[in-house]
Design a binder for this molecule. Structure first.
Ligand SMILES: Nc1ncnc2c1ncn2[C@@H]1O[C@H](COP(=O)(O)OP(=O)(O)OP(=O)(O)O)[C@@H](O)[C@H]1O
Ligand SMILES: [Mg+2]
Length: 155
């Protein structure tokens, strides 16, 4: 699936859907260059989960945990820890009862989970335009992807 997002509001709408359909142990990897919209998308996912606290970029803290939504949200940004990923014990998050959202997931290397959805965001011709490309890995990843796709088609 490939979705064109004309502006930040459309990114927010897609993100909210993802937050609404996510279940425990779902993993979402966000790929795409600096400033493309990964944190913006995560903020919308938090809205979809019913989290009221403002999401900040976890760049300096690596992982931020939010427990006030329908299920926990674990928001990770691996940009600054690319060489120390093994020591973070990320598997515990992936298997915990929440949704893990990982910015710069390409740095996971051997720590990549067995099941996940990956969204690659790309800038497009207009300043606020983005393209979101989806892929999934593993049967639970595929299930998560289908829940997102079905709800997107409904809207
Ligand atoms: N359609 C859009 N979707 C998402 N963000 C958009 C869009 N149009 C413009 N923007 C702007 O692009 C910027 C995206 O910043 P954001 O911090 O979300 O990127 P990021 O991918 O997390 O960056 P980093 O790699 O530094 O973590 C924001 O300033 C946002 O307002
Ligand atoms: Mg970010």
């Amino acid at each position: 699936m490939e979705i064109e997002l004309q502006n930040q509001e459309e990114t927010g709408r897609l993100a909210k859907i993802i937050g609404e359909v996510a279940v425990s142990c779902d993993v979402l990897i966000l790929a795409g260059g600096l400033g493309v919209g990964k944190t913006t998308l995560t903020k919308g996912i938090a809205v979809g989960l019913g989290i009221e606290k403002m999401i900040k970029s976890p760049t300096y803290t690596i992982i931020r945990e939010y427990f006030d939504g329908r299920i926990p949200l674990y928001h990770m940004d691996l940009y600054r820890v690319k060489n120390e990923i093994d020591e973070l014990g990320l598997d515990d998050y992936f298997e915990a009862d929440g949704l893990s959202v990982i910015e710069w997931g390409k740095f996971l290397g051997e720590c990549l989970p067995k099941n996940y959805v990956e969204i690659t965001l790309q800038k497009s011709s207009e300043e606020t335009q983005r393209v979101a490309k989806f892929c999934s890995v593993g049967s639970k990843g595929s299930d998560f992807y289908q829940r997102i796709q079905e709800k997107c088609l409904d809207c």
